[in-house]
Design a protein around this ligand. Sequence first.
Ligand code: SF4
Length: 417
Amino acid sequence: MNLEKLFKNADPVVVEILNNALSEKEISAKEGVELYNTIGIDFHLVGLVADELRRRRVGDIVSYVVNRNINFTNVCIKQCGFCAFSRDFREEEGYFLPNEEIVRRAKEAHQLGATEVCIQAGLPPDMEGGLYESICKDIKKEIPDIHIHGFSPEEILYGATRSGVSIEEFLSRMKDAGVNTLPGTSAEILDQKLRDKISPGRISVEDWERVIKGAHKIGINTTSTMMFGHLETIEDRANHIAKLRDIQKETRGFTEFVPLNFIPSEAPMYKHQLHEGIREGASGNDVLLTHAVARIMLNNYINNIQMSWVKEGQKMSQLLLMWGANDFGGTLINESISTSAGSEHGQLLRPKEIRRMVKEIGRIPAERDTQYNIIKKFNGTNEVEEELDKVTDTSQFGSYVELIKINKFNYKNPRRK
Ligand code: SF4
């Protein structure tokens, strides 16, 4: 790409950083902050360079995974300020899906072509230490070839605590039970002072790193995430991305990075204005920059930058694919966490809709598995209608709003166990 002409009119400091990035040099957190501060032509150049690095690393393919989210309980002992999903165990809206319902949902998704189930939930107060293992074993018994992507570092720590074993021992039990990869959620911003403000009592930075490194060490890969657009500064974001890069240098266990924009409407810390200066999520240009800066800073370390269509919507997602992102994420089928926080972008995106959006911007859609192995490329006229594409009535999957009203899944119902 010839950017020389455009560089002539740009800020020399920004040009130097971008030239270094194009020469495959590592960009520091401080330089990342400079890129975050760009406006005008400099802003657009950040996007162009991110797009070029994306092209070099992963080409024109835009991948997606056919998966289903199963958030098996919303009852949680924590009260993270950004979380509109969790309920206290005494609340009417608390639900808990028994293993047989989790397995039923996984089977239904598998029959519709899903290769992955993504399992995450709240932390119920009376949870048995072996619950997560039993969920994995029950799923694998019925569907041995489905990939279990589940249990965030917060849940792994909770499972270990409830089982009375170390994080490392618990991870190895989870591996034996059939977990394949972990979501790198519960990261938010990896800065302890900020975490103590937005989610007091949440897993510490130190323990988050311990779970992630422990998982990578025994061959369980994870994703990585960052929640932005709330109280954090751009320095916090750049430091967070640099921290993930440092972990990746050591372990090579991250498969992707997903920036997650803060959804404010129902989040307690925004609704009740708990902190001075709290923002209502990041603006459009900030979202673009965040994906681009991530691509540039993570270049040569984490190849896949995923955008969240649930949080950003479909058209913004298309733009993000031109600002460093290369992965569309999953079809989801059920999505409770952003939906409960007020996101209005739905809970199912059919594979054919993803492919259409990718083709509209001149790129090549491809279905992948959780570990980014390409299952099928759609680079011509080989368009097919898959099982999930044929679904017209999504009410068969049940929505979050319905789920919290179903008596048999009510947390207080003694039959839940
Ligand atoms: S983010 Fe997770 S740990 Fe925090 S309150 Fe929500 S469900 Fe609980």
